[in-house]
Write a protein that binds this ligand. Structure first.
Ligand SMILES: Nc1nc2c(ncn2[C@@H]2O[C@@H]3COP(=O)(O)O[C@H]4[C@@H](O)[C@H](n5cnc6c(=O)[nH]c(N)nc65)O[C@@H]4COP(=O)(O)O[C@H]3[C@H]2O)c(=O)[nH]1
Length: 709
């Protein structure tokens, strides 16, 4: 029976029901969802519900308003998106909404009679709306993702430098990526559907003959295929480029042949790089000059011609003198700069047909063919040393450097490239020992010397650790008192087979290896300082110890630190140490040498000019140098009494030294009349066999120090 009162007072409002029952609905929904939907089983409660409470609330609100039964789309959308990401299938998503509807209706059924008119309809519409909204979003997400996938593939294929083309099973183009389009000048739209043989035309480079297309090969064989070497691919406009190409069959999962995919690459850049690498392999990267490999090739080539034609070939081996200085003092980049300038100058000294090469470091080799005479070669050597010795402007510095040149000539000095280079190197070494900055031709006896030098060098390396080196001391006497005022430390080498080797023979060998000379030089300084300390500790009056310093040591950047450390360690006054430098070292103008000498002087260490008179015999430089003592070379002293020339020179030197306020001492004094002459002319000191030879430390102490006491 229909009653008006019922009609006027609906007892149940849908939105109130939904809100009141929300938790119960959700509980039930949770349970059923887990029961029916596999993907829901492992989710947390929050993840499982996700936007469902919001969807419920949205439905409640829309029914409350009764305006329209539309559900704001956010809730279902978010829910569907989340479900897509969790990997739900479309059925599962649809099922969730269906479950929601059935749970709500199930709860509502007992009270459906209490519902206000039309509210059930609103509920259904709202639920439908939510389902459509959710499912549509779900499908879009899925589609979007597929599209993404395709786009990603497209981006990948588009961005790779390789061209990619695929065909159907009939060999018709279905796809070209962007690189392929650019490389072959076809766009996909035009190429699509055309036979691949029309779009990808390959030509054998050597024979300029068309090749069977790889796509056809793969279609025929069903296997991957590639051309064994490089081929030319033809662009749409007929031009060609070198390429690599590979093709492979496309099969579906059932193994059915669907078409061919081919990738190809423009190798012109690779070719250019290969050519560049070829150049690099044969050239020195710093100067761009040919390296040893290319030099040897060219030399062999020239030798073949020279043998056939009976002509000559010359090899000039160059080494920059004291190049290490520039590196040490000005830095490696300045060194590099210098090498480049040297390379440039060398090239301007020779003809274009000659090869200037760099073997590495500061060593250059020039290959000269077709020269007129040995005189012409000699002239070339002189031109080179002259040209290289002109000053170099490197940044803000002016650098002076000289070079030593060794020359060997085919056929006289060797029959093959290796021997000629080796002999030119030997001659170069000879040029170095002859005072640098000159050129020497190879002479067979140099070989003997070179072999001996190499053997001695090996032995010298071991000499220090094998305890074969010893310092001897020669007394230096004050002429006015006759007392011993100092000792010159002189190195002695007791060679296990050769016996005593004179320093004049092994010091130059040591000097030819910086490492050996510095190791030995450091040891000499340390040993001399240790001895000075020992004698002081034994109560002897201090005497000055004079140590010979090689140019190699003077170039050594740590020399000053080493000396500081020794003076401190052995607690010596700086003026107890005297360093003997030859005139030529002081004059050599080696980068930094003068500065280092000044620094030594500033510390109070005394500097003596050794072998004075043998070098430049230029006295003018002395006033600019911080020296304390001149040692007149023994060649002026020997036979002094009988030789008026020598007497005149020695007198002049003594007088000049006095005027410059330098102490002067005579070396190699052997005779009493020499002593008399020196005393008479105001020479302050003397050293020589007349007073005593160099003896070991113990003997020195017995003969000179105890006696002196
Ligand atoms: N005929 C004659 N000779 C005399 C007389 N008095 C001394 N001598 C010799 O003359 C040389 C003097 O040394 P130097 O001019 O520095 O010449 C030295 C020096 O340049 C070098 N040398 C020796 N020891 C060292 C060293 O420890 N370091 C360096 N860098 N060079 C050294 O070897 C050269 C030769 O040294 P030594 O054979 O020891 O020869 C020494 C010494 O024994 C004399 O009255 N008559």
């Amino acid at each position: 029976m229909y009653r008006d009162s019922d009609k006027e007072q609906p007892s149940l409002r849908l939105h109130e029901f939904l809100r009141d029952e929300s938790e119960n609905i959700l509980e039930e929904w949770n349970r059923l969802d887990r029961l029916k939907i596999e993907s829901a089983r492992n989710l947390s409660r929050e993840d499982q519900r996700n936007n469902i409470p919001r969807i419920l609330e949205d439905i409640a609100r829309s029914t409350e308003m009764r305006s329209q039964a539309d559900v704001p789309e956010e809730g279902p959308k978010h829910h569907a998106e989340q479900r897509w990401q969790l990997g739900y299938s479309l059925e599962e998503v649809t099922c969730e909404y269906a479950l929601l509807r059935s749970v709500i209706l199930h709860k509502l059924v007992p009270r459906v009679g209490e519902l206000a008119h039309g509210e059930l309809l609103f509920l259904n519409q709202a639920l439908d709306q939510a389902i459509v909204e959710g499912v549509a979003t779900y499908v879009t997400s899925a589609n979007q993702s597929l599209a993404d996938e395709r786009e990603r593939l497209e981006v990948t294929l588009g961005s790779i430098g390789d061209g990619v083309a695929s065909t159907d099973r009939d060999g018709r183009i279905v796809y070209l990526n962007r690189a392929a389009e650019e490389m072959i000048g076809w766009n996909l739209a035009d190429a699509k559907g055309r036979p691949a043989s029309e779009v990808l035309v390959t030509v054998d480079e050597a024979r300029q003959q068309p090749l069977e297309s790889l796509i056809r090969t793969v279609t025929r064989t069903g296997k991957q295929a590639h051309y064994p070497g490089e081929v030319l691919l033809t662009r749409r406009d007929g031009s060609q480029f070198p390429a690599d190409e590979v093709a492979a069959p496309l099969n579906n999962t059932a193994g059915e042949f669907l078409g061919v995919v081919t990738t190809f690459r423009d190798v012109s850049r690779v070719r250019a790089l290969t050519a560049q690498l070829g150049h690099l392999a044969a050239h020195d990267p710093l100067t761009g000059l040919p390296n040893r490999t290319l030099l040897t090739d060219r030399l062999n080539y020239e030798l073949t011609h020279a043998r056939r034609d009976g002509t000559s070939v010359a090899v000039l081996y160059l080494d920059l003198d004291l190049f290490k200085d520039v590196n040490d003092m000005l830095g490696h980049s300045a060194g590099d700069e210098l090498l480049k300038l040297v390379a440039h100058r060398l090239q301007s000294c020779v003809r274009e047909t000659d090869t200037v090469s760099r073997l590495g470091g500061d060593e250059f080799v020039i290959l000269v063919s077709g020269f007129e005479s040995l005189e012409a070669l000699s002239e070339l050597g002189a031109t080179i040393t002259r040209s290289l010795s002109a000053p170099y402007d490197i940044r803000s510095d002016t650098v002076d450097i000289s070079t030593s040149v060794g020359v060997s000539v085919f056929p006289e000095d060797g029959d093959d490239a290796e021997t000629l280079i080796k002999h030119a190197d030997t001659a170069m070494y000879q040029a170095k020992t002859l005072g640098r900055n000159n050129a020497q031709f190879f002479a067979p006896e140099m070989n003997k010397r070179a072999a001996e030098r190499r053997a001695l060098q090996g032995d010298l390396r071991r000499a220090l650790s094998a305890d074969q080196l010893e310092l001897h001391y020669q007394p230096q006497i004050a002429l006015d008192t006759g007392l011993v005022t100092g000792a010159e430390a002189l190195l002695r080498w007791h060679h296990p087979e050769l016996g005593f080797v004179p320093p004049a023979r092994f010091i130059p060998v040591a000097e030819s290896s910086r490492e050996i000379m510095i190791t030995i030089g450091n040891w000499i300084l340390e040993e001399a300082c240790r001895q000075a300390r020992t004698w002081l500790n034994e109560g002897h009056a201090p005497i000055r110890i004079s140590v010979n310093v090689s140019i190699v040591q003077l170039q050594y950047e740590n020399l000053l630190d080493h000396i500081d450390e020794l003076l401190a360690r052995f607690d010596l006054q700086a003026d107890q140490l005297q360093l003997e430098l030859t005139e030529s070292i002081l004059m050599s103008d080696v980068v930094g040498a003068t500065d280092r000498v000044r620094a030594l002087e500033a510390r109070g260490i005394r500097i003596a000019v050794d072998d004075f008179g043998t070098g430049y015999s230029s006295l003018s430089y002395l006033k600019d140098l911080p020296v304390d003592e001149l040692k007149i070379d023994q060649s002026f002293i020997r036979g002094l009494g009988a030789n008026t020339d020598k007497a005149a020179i020695v007198q002049a030197v003594i007088r000049m030294a006095q005027s410059l306020n330098l102490r002067v001492i005579a070396e190699g004094v052997e005779e009493a009349d020499e002593v008399a002459f020196l005393s008479l002319n105001g020479c302050e000191g003397a050293q020589g066999f007349y007073y005593g030879r160099a003896v070991n430390a113990w003997e020195f102490e017995q003969f000179y120090l105890n006696h002196h006491h």
